[in-house]
Ligand binder design. Structure first.
Ligand code: GTP
Length: 361
């Protein structure tokens, strides 16, 4: 439930600290108008020598590169410093002239921390507990508010309690939202039937990887895998069974291509695409062989198959040493051409793209 340090925007915090300081300063003129000269001196000491410098130090701290990591503790400390300097003013005004300086300002400081700086619940709890203890000590030692001492204390407790409930609700709401967002993000990336990348994710990841490989000069190999006579399989065994075959193909490809840089995706229907980086030509041929061989091992009956009597697939692939001229569309087009050739060769086989290959589709 904690705040992710990456989500703390130092610029926003800085702006808020300036707004806080301006609000604080705007009260000065009004407060001074109700204070006598000796009390004005105390008041100005608290504002000009304590609170505003604390705000300024806070402002400077937000420039630290590691500030997001100490945001919670910093806000808590800064606000407690403001709250206790206010307690100091209350005590001084009372001791000097029995003047009842209002305590409500301290509540505003805490609410600012809770809802404007949006500190997390655990930090808010510490902040509220310490300021409440401070207020209790003040009231216990100085009967500043006379008969209203206990009522005022009760009011402060209730305000803090309401504030804490608010923080808790915001925090748990945000946490649920974050989880839902994560789930949505995952759903937008993953194909629901096969649990591998969908076409959109494949496109983006392929483009990113191609750009990276252009800089490093790595090799890339794109395999297009297509289940054979799948329409007939569906017609004979039903769509539900057909779905299971599609899932199995995805599972087998995911097990074969396990590198973090490998992209295994459902290209559409019963067609899959795999992008792999930094393999040799021999390795790519072995991988294509493996994709075909896996169905041989499974030996799942397909009585309507034109060729073998069991489920098979065809593979077209294109191997390329990437350079600045490499184009995604061209690479895929070549792998696709190789796949058409594999189908034309009688299915259940793999074909590597050759420069002299003509479009047989
Ligand atoms: N069960 C199931 N079938 C699908 C899905 N997506 C596409 N298909 C079916 O896959 C079949 C693909 O048929 P075709 O494109 O004619 O290809 P094919 O019958 O495999 O023939 P070749 O590719 O030439 O071997 C169609 O019947 C689609 O309905 C799916 O998610 N589940």
């Amino acid at each position: 439930m904690g705040t992710d340090p990456r989500m703390v925007d130092a610029k926003r915090i800085r702006l808020l600290s300036v707004i806080g300081a301006v609000l604080l300063s705007s009260f000065i003129a009004v407060d001074l108008s109700v204070l006598t000269d000796p009390l004005q001196e105390i008041y100005l000491t608290s504002r000009l020598l304590m609170q505003l410098p604390v705000c300024f130090v806070f402002f400077l701290l937000t420039f630290l590169p590691g500030y997001p990591k100490i945001h919670q503790e910093t806000v808590c400390t800064v606000v407690l410093a403001l709250v206790f300097s206010n307690y100091w003013v209350i005590v001084q005004c009372w001791e000097l002239e029995q003047f009842v300086f209002p305590y409500e300002g301290t509540l505003v400081y805490s609410l600012f921390a809770l809802f404007v700086f949006r500190i997390r619940f655990s930090t808010a709890l510490v902040l509220c507990a310490i300021s409440l203890v401070g207020f209790a000590i003040l009231l216990f030692n100085y009967p500043v508010y006379g008969d209203l001492n206990s009522i005022n204390f009760g009011f402060v407790i209730c305000s803090m309690f309401v504030g804490l409930i608010g923080v808790y609700q915001i925090e748990s709401g945000l946490s649920k939202l974050r989880t839902a967002n994560g789930k949505l993000f995952e759903l937008s990336q993953i194909d629901q039937l096969t649990n591998i990348y969908n076409r959109g994710t494949y496109e983006t990841r392929f483009s990113d990887q191609l750009e990276f490989n252009k800089r490093t000069g790595n090799t890339m190999c794109v395999f297009i895998v297509d289940l054979d006579s799948f329409k007939k399989y569906n017609d004979g065994y039903g769509h539900v069974q057909g779905d299971k075959i599609i899932q199995l193909q995805a599972e087998m490809l995911s097990k074969t291509f396990r590198r973090t840089t490998d992209i295994v995706a459902r290209y559409g229907g019963e067609e899959f695409v795999v992008v792999t980086t930094n393999n040799t030509e021999q390795e790519c041929e072995q991988l294509a062989q493996q994709i075909i061989a896996q169905w041989e091992t499974q030996h799942i009956p397909h009585n309507n198959s034109d060729e073998t009597g069991h489920v098979t697939c065809s593979v077209g692939y294109h191997f390329e040493r990437v350079d600045s001229r490499s184009r995604k569309e061209k690479i895929v087009e070549k792998a696709d051409l190789a796949l058409y050739q594999a189908k034309a060769n009688g299915r259940n086989c793999f074909v590597r793209y050759q420069e002299d290959m003509i479009d047989v589709s």
